[in-house]
Design a protein around this ligand. Structure first.
Ligand SMILES: [Zn+2]
Ligand SMILES: [Zn+2]
Length: 105
């Protein structure tokens, strides 16, 4: 489905990034989760979408980093860590180094 402007409904959109000029290195502005449990405190890059018809600008988070980590409890030591979804199957516990199987949902 083609993305449309939330304001005027046109499809004349341009993808960009809003930079944070308070940083010297011109870092893109990021979203930082208050509960750092799931994202490990990792900032999420916000992409900007600007409508060339009306100027409406939308911020859309890059979810490629966010969607994957999930916490799983090790059956051996009960430690819970985030494992990426592509690790589904056998993973090695970060705490006790024993392997266990993650059940796909
Ligand atoms: Zn628009
Ligand atoms: Zn363990």
């Amino acid at each position: 489905m083609e993305r449309t402007c939330l304001r005027c409904g046109k499809t004349n959109l341009m993808l960009g990034v809003i930079y944070d000029y308070s940083h010297r290195e011109k870092a893109p502005i990021t979203f930082q989760s208050k509960s750092e449990v799931f994202y490990g405190g990792k900032p999420i890059v916000l992409n900007a979408i600007l409508c060339k018809s009306c100027g409406h600008t939308e911020l859309v988070a890059d979810l490629s980093e966010v969607s994957s980590p999930k916490r799983y409890v090790c059956p051996h030591c009960k430690a819970s860590y985030s494992y990426k979804v592509q690790d589904l199957g056998v993973v090695k516990c970060y705490n006790c180094n024993k392997e266990f199987t993650i059940e796909p949902e």
